[in-house]
Design a binder for this molecule. Structure first.
Ligand SMILES: Cc1cc2nc3c(=O)[nH]c(=O)nc-3n(C[C@H](O)[C@H](O)[C@H](O)COP(=O)(O)O)c2cc1C
Length: 183
């Protein structure tokens, strides 16, 4: 079975984009075609990067595990909030640790989340560039989630039925690339 990692990129107390990551991960698991794993950045509190992973004998705890989970997958979905018109610092910091080309031949689905109405398009375009720098293949399809507080309630229960359809379409598109790009 193909392995997909859903990387949840917000470590903020009270984060809302994590609901989206959990929802997508559950949907992937329900396909019964995919071995989906939720990789929660909040469980990997890496310090600010001073030395890249491939240049140090003393990497941060669990960085190796984080890197291996991503690099040994057949597809990665990154779920990220947009902060200050860009990628959250904690997520970029974690990605900066990784070896160049570590995502080679891996399709990347990017999902951005905002509480406002623009869905995180700046973050989407920045994450696509970062994904390319890691050797990955950002897919053209996107899922930009606006008004997150109307999509899920404070407990993570879906409030907006149309979101289900959008996620299904995004997953379908993403899995097309996973099937074709993996051996
Ligand atoms: C430091 C910070 C910066 C933010 N900058 C933006 C922004 O540039 N654009 C935007 O639409 N929302 C911005 N937001 C609001 C997020 O869209 C909102 O927090 C949303 O719930 C997604 O982030 P979360 O997963 O951390 O909850 C910002 C939030 C924080 C905490």
């Amino acid at each position: 079975m193909k392995k997909v990692i859903v990387l949840s990129g917000s470590i903020r107390e009270g984060r809302k984009s994590h609901f989206v990551a959990q929802f997508i991960n559950k949907k992937l698991q329900e396909t019964n075609q995919i071995n989906a794993t939720l990789l929660d950045l909040k469980e990997y509190p890496f310090p600010i990067m001073e030395t890249r992973m491939n240049e140090t004998d003393a990497p941060p705890e669990r960085l190796g595990e984080f890197s291996t989970l991503l690099s040994q997958s057949d597809g990665i979905i990154i779920v990220s909030p947009e902060y200050k018109n860009g990628i959250p610092g904690a997520l970029k910091n974690a990605l900066d640790y990784l070896d160049p080309q570590i995502f080679k031949h891996i399709p990347l689905g990017i999902v951005t989340v905002t509480s406002g109405g623009f869905g995180g398009l700046y973050c989407l375009s920045q994450l696509r560039l970062v994904g390319l720098a890691l050797g990955g293949i950002p897919i053209p399809e996107k899922l930009c989630v606006s008004m997150i507080n109307e999509v899920f309630d404070a407990f993570g229960t879906l409030q907006e039925p149309s979101f289900n359809k959008k996620v299904n379409e995004f997953i379908k598109a993403f899995l097309w690339y996973v099937e074709r790009f993996s051996f």
